[in-house]
Ligand binder design. Structure first.
Ligand SMILES: [Zn+2]
Length: 322
């Protein structure tokens, strides 16, 4: 559905932030141009460290932590709140060499967008990420989640997990807020790293699969006027921290549907719809890994301005028990 021009002008002026995390942090230190993988081949696992040190661990409580360095008979690790801690060999196991890292947005004290009935984006993101992980596993593609429960997880640690593991694809899963208006179909959005052809292709494939899957359901869909596969830049490069802070990893942030829209929230609360979304994300990733399909849905984003900095300190981050 196209908005009337007067409405379109208005929504440009009112263009607000979606639910994705912006983050402020380390600047980009380099950018790898994405290179499509050869068709039919899954990637080799990342080269092991010279000393065989795992790059990320799963703690006995199920928390995923990147390894900073070996320490005695254990490791110094980065905690979810971007501090450091020391774990012994009995407190964690290697996260292995996952081909894909999935990042369920928000969690803990940051629920993300919330539906009128109280459904939180953080919970839906995690459920969908688990479904995507299961679908990828069924396709022979091991995937690691950055967040495995309802706890705080800093943007810095999300990116550090991705950089440590060096997967072939890193997908951050979100559900949106602040639509511009109604639309005839799903208003899904996928954001790619503006400097990465591989990220753009992955965004187009995830967009294609998610819209196809959601279109099977009836809803009073809403959208931003520039729904599609697109980029967003800010003063430091890519606007979204999880895209900006993992420049050497092909990364996409996906806003699958609008959790603040009651009609869509009714769908998102259903396990079968969560599964359909997760399977769609997984299909997009598998196509990225195994084909040269270009993806679709690419749009030129309308200009957005960075929101003003939040007043006061950021919310405190509390590490879970490791
Ligand atoms: Zn979000």
């Amino acid at each position: 559905m196209r908005l009337r021009p007067a409405v379109a002008v208005l929504v440009v002026l009112l263009a607000g932030s979606a639910c994705g995390d912006q983050g402020q942090g380390a600047g980009v230190v380099g950018r790898a141009a994405g290179t499509p993988p050869p068709p039919g081949l899954l990637p080799a696992p990342p080269a092991p460290g010279g000393d065989g040190t795992p790059r990320a661990l799963v703690t006995s409580a199920g928390i995923v932590v990147p390894v900073v360095s070996p320490a005695g008979d254990g490791w110094t690790v980065r905690t979810p709140c971007n501090a450091t801690a020391t774990l012994t060999g009995s407190q964690a196991r290697s996260a292995g060499s996952p081909v894909v890292v999935l990042d369920p947005g928000h969690g803990g004290a940051q629920p993300g967008a919330i539906s009128p009935a109280g459904l939180t984006e953080a919970a839906v993101n995690l459920a969908v990420a688990r479904e995507a992980q299961a679908a990828l596993a069924a396709a022979g593609v091991p995937a690691l989640l950055t967040r495995t429960g309802d706890y705080d997880l800093s943007l810095a640690t999300r990116s550090e997990i991705a950089r440590a593991v060096a997967p072939r694809a890193f997908v951050s899963i979100h559900h949106n807020a602040d639509p511009d208006g109604p639309r005839a179909g799903p208003g899904s959005e996928t954001y790619y790293q503006v400097g990465s052809a591989g990220s753009k292709r992955l965004a187009g494939l995830v967009y294609e699969e998610v819209v196809r899957a959601l279109s099977a359901y009836a809803a009073a869909w809403v959208a931003d006027r520039d729904a599609g596969a697109k980029y967003r830049t800010g003063s430091q490069g890519d606007y979204y921290a999880v895209l900006r802070q993992s420049p050497d990893v092909v990364s996409v942030l996906a806003e699958l549907a609008f959790v603040t829209n009651p009609s869509e929230a009714d769908l998102l609360a259903r396990p079968d719809v969560q599964r359909a979304e997760g399977q769609a994300v997984a299909r997009g990733i598998v196509r990225y890994l195994t084909t040269r399909d270009p993806g679709s849905g690419f749009v030129d984003p309308y200009p957005r301005t960075d929101p003003p900095p939040a007043a006061g300190p950021p919310p405190a981050c509390h590490d879970p028990r490791l």
